[in-house]
Design a protein around this ligand. Structure first.
Ligand code: NAD
Length: 256
């Protein structure tokens, strides 16, 4: 049994993940702007710093797991970038020393299948994120709809780059990203009819929304020792959208 932090713990996927982990006997420290053990606004530098301090106090200096689920999808492009990328990376970097002290640590980042299935979003936003320039990333994130996949692309690439470094797997911490498709949560409330109407533009071959419990089950697995060989993976779970739209894009032989 271990101590696991979930950011976005008051949200749909966060709550479902907490339920599974608590049932397994883990201690969960929730982080959110409301209804959480640690209440912090991860869109601000002050909130991120306070979160790290409060989690350190709450876990006695050692963490076994981390789920980075705090996120935003709305019209406010700069806020989308600040929470989805900079808040997430500050969480990962700030809590990494606590994970390093565990005998077996795992961190799971929630990206999105919009990274590979939403056409025409500004990759420039992701580039400024990865350049660690929050001011410029916010300045070019003028539209929330397209800032969302850009922020999640940057987060996925950050995760894959970091996962294989001495600071992460070299320190015994497995780091992986998951990329859900349309999941029925407060974030997507009322959106199913619109998404279903998109047809071939955004097909969902399974013909239903995903459920928070299904995402939570994957997160629980990735946190467990059974997933001990996962490092730097980007796991799509989307009812077939990416496979339908991108069936021949991946796997791609190296060098092509
Ligand atoms: P949700 O809106 O139910 O939960 C998100 C949580 O993040 C909320 O509790 C919210 O309060 C918290 N949050 C937002 N801004 C914050 C801030 N500044 N500081 C701290 N906490 C903040 O959404 P969800 O569907 O449970 O999403 C969880 C994660 O999964 C998000 O990162 C989202 O982008 C990602 N995701 C969701 C879907 C989907 O279809 N629902 C698909 C792909 C990825």
């Amino acid at each position: 049994m271990g101590t696991i932090v979930i950011t976005g713990s008051a949200g749909g996927i966060g709550r479902a993940t907490r339920a599974l982990l608590v049932a397994d006997g883990h201690e969960v420290i929730g982080v959110d702007v409301r209804d959480a053990e640690v209440e912090a606004d991860l869109s601000t530098a002050g909130g991120r710093k306070a979160m790290v301090r409060d989690v350190e106090d709450a876990c006695d200096g050692v963490l076994d797991g981390l789920v980075v689920a705090a996120g935003l999808q709305n019209d406010d492009g700069p806020s989308v970038v600040s929470i989805n990328y900079f808040g997430a990376v500050a969480t990962l970097e700030g809590l990494r020393p606590l994970l390093e002290r565990s005998a077996s640590a795992s961190a799971v980042v929630i990206s999105s299948n919009s990274t590979t299935t939403q056409p025409g979003y500004p990759v420039e936003v992701a580039e400024w994120c990865l350049a660690d320039d929050e001011t410029r990333a916010r300045a070019v994130a003028t539209d929330g709809l397209t800032a969302y996949p850009a922020s999640k692309l940057a987060l996925a690439l950050w995760t894959r780059r970091a996962a294989t470094t001495p600071e992460w797997i070299g320190a015994g911490i497995r780091l992986n990203a998951i990329a859900p498709g349309f999941i029925d949560t407060p974030m997507t409330d009322g959106g199913w009819d619109f998404v279903a109407s998109l047809g071939d533009v955004y097909p969902i071959p399974i013909e239903r929304p995903g459920q928070s419990a299904e995402v939570a089950g994957l997160i629980r697995y990735l946190l467990s020792d059974e997933a001990g060989f996962f490092c730097g993976s980007f796991i799509v779970m989307d009812g077939g959208t990416d496979a339908r739209l991108r069936s021949d894009d991946w796997p791609r032989p190296i060098g092509l």
